[in-house]
Design a protein around this ligand. Structure first.
Ligand code: AMP
Length: 191
C-alpha cells in the first residue's frame, strides 16, 4: 500500500490537491481536519472538546489524535491502493507515533510532499476561504494562531522526514494544475 503525507502551512492547498491526487491515483484521502470536524458536527462530548481546540487555532493533543488516526486506518477497507495523509503528522511526536502505527500494520510512509506557499498568500487564501467555508478557524485571529502553531510545532516535522530521505518540497504557488503536475512527478517516482 502506497502512503503519502501531504503537508504545508494552513492555506497551502493540501485539501484541494489531496482530492485531485486521490482521484487520479485511486487513493484514500484521509484528512484529520475533516475527521475532527465530523466529530464536532456530531455534537458528541468528544466533539465539544475537539471544537475548543480547533476554534482557538490550537492542535488537538497528540495522544487523542494518534488514537483517532489508528482507529481510522483500522476501519479502512483492505481493498484500497493507498492513503494520502492530509494534516497528519503535525508534531514530531505524531511522526514518531505514525511510524509505530504503520509498522504494527506492516505499512510504511513512501513520500512526504511539502507545499511551499508565501506567508502573505496563505493569509489571502484562508480569508477568502473563510467567506464561504463556515469554518470557525478561518478568521484573522485564529489564522494568526494557526500559522504560529504551524511554525513552532509542525515545521520541525520536515527535518524528521528529510533525515529519512522521504521529504519533497513542492512550490505551492501557481495554478492548481501547475501545482498538481509538480506533485504527480513525485508520486510517479515514489509509487
Ligand atoms: P486542517 O483542516 O488540517 O486545517 O485542520 C484544522 C484543525 O484541526 C487544526 O487547526 C487543528 O486544530 C486540528 N487538527 C487537524 N489535524 C491535526 C493533527 N494532526 N493534530 C492536532 N490537531 C489537528
Amino acid at each position: 500500500m502506497y502512503i503519502m503525507i501531504i503537508c504545508g502551512a494552513p492555506g497551502s492547498g493540501k485539501g484541494t490537491q489531496s482530492d485531485m491526487i486521490a482521484e487520479k491515483y485511486n487513493l484514500l484521502h484521509l484528512s484529520t481536519g475533516d475527521m475532527l470536524r465530523q466529530e464536532v458536527a456530531a455534537q458528541t462530548e468528544l466533539g465539544k472538546t475537539i471544537d475548543s481546540y480547533i476554534s482557538q487555532g490550537n492542535l488537538i493533543p497528540d495522544e487523542l489524535m494518534e488514537s483517532l488516526l489508528a482507529h481510522r486506518i483500522d476501519t479502512t477497507s483492505a481493498e484500497i491502493k493507498g492513503i494520502i495523509l492530509d494534516g497528519f503528522p503535525r508534531t514530531v511526536a505524531q511522526a514518531q507515533a505514525l511510524e509505530t502505527i504503520l509498522a504494527d500494520r506492516q505499512l510504511t510512509v513512501n513520500a512526504l510532499v511539502d507545499l511551499d506557499v508565501r506567508h502573505d498568500e496563505l493569509i489571502i487564501r484562508l480569508l477568502n476561504r473563510g467567506k464561504v467555508s463556515g469554518r470557525s478557524d478561518d478568521n484573522i485571529t485564529t489564522i494568526t494562531q494557526r500559522l504560529h502553531v504551524y511554525a513552532e510545532k509542525t515545521l520541525p516535522v520536515n527535518k524528521y522526514y528529510i533525515e529519512k530521505g522521504m521529504y519533497h518540497k513542492v512550490d505551492g504557488m501557481g495554478t492548481k494544475q501547475e501545482i498538481f503536475d509538480r506533485i504527480c512527478r513525485i508520486i510517479d517516482q515514489t509509487l
